[in-house]
Design a protein around this ligand. Structure first.
Ligand SMILES: [Zn+2]
Length: 295
């Protein structure tokens, strides 16, 4: 769910950044810029829907909304724990935003700052990883990887005469009646999602994008402003699309647009010119983008 798509300043048509990922019953809020609390309301996202908050870096368009969202979580007395990830070097910014004004704290908000590449959390439905990006302030991108599963093959089961409750036993025990699980099933690759904001091209961008089913990535600038993008630590539409093409991304979502451009179609044109042939979305506020179905 796209909550906002503007870099630096909101415009008449675009709120500051903000994105909610729904993943197997969990909600992960990424980069809540100013106005995110109201965008959540407009998008039908409740404070109760949140389980994790991931902040790439402490510029206002990625974090000013924390103050409002944190207070709303407490006002609504969300009954479960919520975990926040953000660059450790910005702890003082997080502290100020968390305690920007007086309110009654009712919720367990766990601070889990990031200071190196690696795994932040592993649940039954995903592993969450961070990778350092390249921006004037310390910035981390995030990626979720669902564990691989196995898809049962009905014709192979039938060939071995395995049916009914025996299929469940085979799945639990790894073999049944001398038939190994691998003979009657195939690997079902887990889904992958990455969130890449505010960076110039660097190793982290490529690593995060690798093999993603869904990639949400900044394309602040158009290709004619590549020098400006590199100088300020941002990507162009063509650069973001080239990364996605090389990484085999299935659905590319471009967002975080500079207010200097009026015409979103040009981002799409430049992304296609860079050779990206998968599904492509130029994001706008309150757009819902499904994670592609498993292959
Ligand atoms: Zn930004």
């Amino acid at each position: 769910m796209v909550l906002g798509t503007a870099s630096q300043v909101p415009t008449r048509h675009r709120n500051h950044n903000g994105y909610l990922l729904r993943w197997d019953g969990e909600g992960l809020l990424f980069d809540p810029g100013e106005g995110t609390q109201r965008q959540m309301l407009r998008a039908g996202v409740a404070a109760h829907d949140l389980n994790r908050i991931c902040v790439t870096h402490f510029h206002g368009d990625h974090s000013l909304g924390l103050a409002g969202v944190v207070q709303r979580i407490n006002l609504d007395r969300v009954p479960h724990e919520i975990t926040a990830h953000y660059p450790r070097s910005g702890q003082h910014f997080f502290d100020r935003l968390r305690y920007a004004t007086a309110y009654r704290e009712t919720v367990a908000l766990t601070e889990a700052p990031v200071d190196t590449d690696g795994t932040l959390a592993a649940t039954g439905s995903y592993t969450l990883e961070a990778r350092r990006l390249s921006h004037p302030v310390e910035s981390y991108g995030y990626r979720l990887i669902e564990p691989d599963g196995r898809r049962m093959l009905p014709e192979r089961l039938a060939a071995h005469g395995i049916k009914g409750p025996d299929v469940g036993r085979l799945q639990r025990e790894g073999s049944f009646d001398g038939v190994p699980l691998a003979d009657v099933s195939e690997v079902r690759r887990g889904q992958r999602f990455a969130f890449v904001m505010d960076t110039r091209l660097c190793d982290g961008v490529h690593a995060l994008a690798e093999g993603c089913d869904l990639l949400v990535i900044e394309s602040t600038f158009l290709d004619e402003d590549t020098d400006l993008a590199t100088e300020h630590g941002h990507l162009t539409a063509g650069q973001a699309a080239a990364v996605a093409r090389e990484a085999g991304v299935r659905h590319l979502v471009l967002t975080h647009f500079s207010q200097r451009y009026g015409e979103p179609d040009e981002f799409e044109r430049q992304a296609r010119a860079a050779g990206f042939e998968g599904e492509l979305t130029v994001a706008h506020d309150l757009l819902r983008v499904p994670v592609p179905k498993r292959r």
